[in-house]
Design a protein. Structure first.
Lengths: 80, 599
């Protein structure tokens, strides 16, 4: 799984969760860049990503990831 | 929407909740608006988001009040201006085992534990009583079992166990629910067991987001809650229409012969069909009508239904449509003959192709019932018939409809319609609301769509308030005839108002409805006689009635002028009309029903 492939799959999930087909993800995308990305939608997002990549984030990771790039790095290690 | 029907994909629903909501709101369907206050003991955002989707899909457009995090008790007991001005139609208290706030331990005496139990319960009771100020139904979660057991199996039966403590708290809650009207339990204890406690109590969601249960458990929770709300607002289904071959028994009766069908106790398959027949039949006692919709010769269908090893009898079915017409047409006819809307029918058929056609051609609910081993589970989990109130009429409903069909046959023999009506030997019990009928009055009010002038929906509590108010006149009508008891079939409520044109005081009929099963029996005239009598006694000289059009109540558009002899006051562009009747020289209009105030 290449980094680009992970980005593509993630983008799909983000577009579903935020109901916005114009979302494009970059390494440094954060919650500040997406209007509806608040703490509640973060839960939906994390759970949808876990399901898609058949893995679980640790509690530390859920609150500690600083941008999409970090999420992609974790998914490349543990996602499927 | 098929995606929101059982069995659904919880995670997919949550992921897609925004676009699902957008799609539902854009479908142009007429929905009733309801205000729901959610008082939470943990995070409730996604509970509300999922509940909103299921309600929209059930024809209810909700508006929510959401308490601040964990403020359920404070909001209920002390109130706050936002909640008070919100004036909810329903209050839902979302508490869980996380809110028990007490853990017994082995060092405590049994007395200490019992007194803690009393204290916890009295806090709950205080909250429910405080909510009485809103005069609306309250739905309260029970408590689910804890996901750990310090004492192992002993936790269940030893008073020092938390499982035991929660069980006792639930028992007290149930006793309260059984003795208080307008109070309903949302059984999350069963739901957690159904989902599996390990999945339900994924503690990560608590530690990180203060969700009392895993995210994937939230849609099933919201679905179950939606079923209770649906039922309270009269949106339950009313009929199960079953296919026969391979739905009610194994095999094809026309080909195999009734004697060779798989039904009874001989094989596993025949037992599975037998249990399904038992499950279907049990709905009769809940007031659900059973009908048959099958491609068969009627003779063969009857032979199959009369199979000595089966649980049902032909007599259990109010209507049997066994012919070669398309099923969609048979279902439409079934609805018409029972005077019900087609969307109140649940159609059970093993054949996916038939299901698909019926789904496309009719508004009937058509569950994906799977194999015979799944039938009961799918129907049951769909919660089409959620029982929030049980009235004595429910037990008799099937017989009432059957008597109706006999009446139609009797009608054919009479020279004039009046002769026919007189031959029915009708007795009407027409009187102000009585407590014993309040449940039925509220139920009828909330599910009558066709013969309903204003389509005003009222809870049982509001009905009780009307009955007690000096500014309201209430009246129910119950009709008995020689074929049977029709139960309470009509409800009228009048309210002291200013005449819309003349300004003088008058009695405005804010609610006038009747069950369609007593159409053309002059019951409406007897009801008017009763209302006039009450209105005169209270000093009124004029009645005012409004017709507010909906998609379903066209049949009563001209009810006030044509049937009751009212004259027009005004008409609006939206189709609504206002009518009046001077009652100073009123003469009774009903001459076929013998009226009494108690049968």
């Amino acid at each position: 799984m290449t980094r680009d492939e992970v980005f593509d799959r993630l983008e799909e999930i983000f577009r579903d969760v935020f109901d916005d087909d114009s979302i494009t993800l970059y390494e440094d995308t954060t919650a500040d860049d997406i209007d509806d990305w608040d703490s509640i939608e973060h839960i939906t997002l994390i759970s949808a990503v876990e399901k898609e990549f058949k893995m679980k984030f640790s509690m530390g990771e859920v609150s500690g990831m600083k941008d999409v790039g970090e999420m992609v790095t974790i998914l490349m290690q543990r996602g499927r | 929407m098929k995606e929101l029907e059982y069995p659904f994909d919880s995670e997919w629903i949550l992921k897609k909740k925004k676009s699902l909501k957008r799609t539902l709101l854009a479908d142009g369907r007429a929905r009733i608006k309801k205000k729901i206050a959610v008082l939470g003991g943990s995070t409730t955002s996604d509970v509300i988001a999922a509940l909103e989707l299921f309600l929209l899909d059930s024809g209810i457009e909700p508006e929510f009040y959401e308490s601040e995090y964990k403020q359920y008790w404070q909001d209920a007991v002390f109130g706050n201006p936002e909640l008070d001005s919100f004036a909810p139609d329903i209050i839902y208290i979302h508490t869980t085992a996380r809110n028990v706030d007490f853990t017994p331990n082995v060092r405590m005496s049994e007395e200490e534990i019992t007194s803690a139990l009393e204290e916890r319960f009295s806090r709950l009771e205080q909250m429910w009583q405080a909510l009485g100020r809103f005069h609306c139904p309250v739905i309260q979660n029970n408590f689910e079992l804890p996901f750990f057991r310090l004492l192992g199996s002993r936790d269940a039966y030893d008073p020092h166990g938390l499982s035991n403590f929660i069980g006792r708290l639930n028992e007290k809650m149930y006793a309260y629910a059984c003795s208080h009207e307008g109070f309903y339990i949302n059984d999350i204890n069963w739901l957690a067991a159904n989902i599996g406690l390990e999945k339900w109590a994924d503690t990560k969601y608590w530690y990180m987001f203060k969700y009392a249960m895993a995210l994937e458990a939230i849609p099933p929770l919201a679905y179950q809650l939606c079923a209770v709300i649906r039922s309270l607002f009269g949106k339950n289904k009313k009929v199960i229409a079953v296919d026969l071959d391979n739905t009610m028994w194994g095999g094809i009766v026309g080909d195999d012969g009734a004697e060779n069908l798989e039904i009874g106790q001989e094989t596993g398959t025949s037992q599975a069909f037998y249990e399904f027949q038992q499950y279907v039949k049990a709905h009769k006692d809940l007031g659900i009508l059973l009908t048959v919709c099958s491609k068969n010769e009627e003779e063969n269908a009857l032979a199959g239904l009369d199979h000595p090893e089966g649980a049902v009898r032909p007599d259990d079915f109010t209507l049997i449509k066994a012919n070669w017409e398309p099923k969609s047409i048979n279902l439409e006819n079934t609805a018409q003959e029972l005077s019900l809307m087609p969307d109140s029918i649940v159609f059970a058929d093993d054949n996916p192709a038939e299901r698909e056609i019926v789904r496309q051609q009719t508004p009937c609910a058509v569950p994906e019932i799977g194999e015979v081993t799944d039938y009961i589970r799918v129907l049951d989990r769909s919660q089409y018939f959620e029982v929030t109130t049980l009235s004595a009429d429910d037990l008799k409903r099937g017989e009432m409809y059957k008597a109706n069909i006999q009446r139609a046959q009797a009608q054919a023999k009479f020279a004039s319609y009046t002769d026919y009506l007189l031959s029915l030997e009708m007795i009407g019990e027409i009187a102000p609301f009585r407590d014993v009928y309040l449940a039925r009055i509220a139920q009828l009010t909330n599910k009558s769509n066709q013969f309903n002038l204003t389509t005003l929906r009222c809870t049982q509590e509001q009905m009780a308030d009307f009955a007690a108010s000096p500014d309201h006149i209430t009246q129910y009508g119950k009709l008995v005839d020689k074929f049977g008891d029709n139960g309470v079939v009509s409800v009228v409520v009048g309210q002291r108002s200013k005449h819309p044109a003349a300004g003088e005081e008058c009695l405005e009929l804010i609610l006038w409805l009747m069950s369609c099963r007593v159409l053309k029996r002059d019951m409406e005239l007897a009801m008017l006689d009763g209302i006039v009598k009450q209105a005169k006694a209270a000093g009124y000289t004029k009645l005012v009635g409004k017709y507010l059009p909906t998609a379903k109540n066209k049949m009563v558009k001209d009810f006030y002028p044509d049937t009751l002899g009212f004259s027009l006051v005004s008409a609006s562009e939206d189709g609504s009309t206002v009518w009046e009747l001077d009652i100073s020289d009123y003469e009774d209009k009903n001459h076929v029903i013998k009226v009494t105030d108690r049968i």
